[in-house]
Design a protein around this ligand. Structure first.
Ligand code: UTP
Length: 226
């Protein structure tokens, strides 16, 4: 069975917009596609992580501790998703890539979250994809793919349907320096997928049709990075 890693942004999972209904539909989709591909889902922290990071930063707390706050929230989100999957996934998010791979032999779906300070769950997804030799990574975000400019600020932003790994690296910028950055795909993660040449599908995670197609490797609305 092909392995697929989904990097599921917290901004998709828990933006505070009918999240319970979305989680139910998402869990049904994951259960359905898990008969065709082995799914590894890595959850992000979203605005709840950002809240803790920003509040902590205003208190003068160091970046490493702020990253740990972010990790705790990503793990809570993974537990929420695991519970919604109702027995199809491991309950406690995997802490290491080896543990995730081992869990993949016992569960239809594996959930994982943040691991260590200094990166984001995109990076965890990229490294996990390398570890399990995934066929592709799906980056489920709050926008419909990579655009020419920020589509949330610029109504003339155009969706890029295809781009190269080099273009992704240039777009992602340098490296993780502070907790809670807001970028399309973590720059270190971009380098990892480029080195391994793991195809990356960027989709709007709330567009379940696009998400399903991107997971299964069918044509989808979004950006294909190859
Ligand atoms: P996210 O992966 O959600 O990062 O982790 P993000 O890109 O800021 O947010 P999304 O994509 O909109 O959801 C939240 C924060 O948790 C810390 C980082 O500070 C990150 O920004 N984190 C996460 C780590 O330090 N290590 C990890 O492995 C994961």
């Amino acid at each position: 069975m092909e392995k697929v890693v989904v990097s599921l942004g917290g901004s998709v999972l828990v933006p505070g917009d009918d999240d319970a209904r979305y989680l139910r539909d998402l869990a049904a989709l994951f259960r359905d596609v898990s008969t065709r591909v082995k799914l590894f889902v890595v959850t992000g922290g979203g605005r709840i992580a950002r809240y803790y990071i920003e509040t902590g930063r205003a208190l003068g707390i160091g970046e490493r501790t702020l990253d740990e706050f972010g990790i705790a929230v990503t793990r809570l989100n993974a537990r929420l998703l695991a519970a919604a999957l109702n027995g199809r996934a491991n309950r406690e998010p995997a802490k290491t890539y080896a543990e995730a791979a081992a869990l993949g032999r016992r569960h239809a779906i594996v959930v994982m979250a943040g691991t260590r300070p200094g990166h984001t769950t995109d990076r965890v997804s990229a490294s996990l994809a390398r570890f399990v030799h995934a066929a592709r990574i799906v980056n489920a975000t709050s926008v419909a793919g990579v655009h020419t400019t920020d589509p949330k600020k610029d109504p003339t932003a155009r969706l890029l349907e295809r781009m190269t790994f080099r273009e992704l690296i240039d777009l992602a910028g340098k490296r993780h320096t502070v907790a809670g950055p807001s970028i399309v795909f973590d720059p270190v993660a971009a380098r990892v997928v480029a080195r391994d040449r793991t195809p990356l599908n960027v989709v709007a995670g709330r567009d379940l049709k696009a998400l399903r197609s991107a997971i299964l490797g069918d044509p989808f609305r979004g950006t294909l990075v190859v």
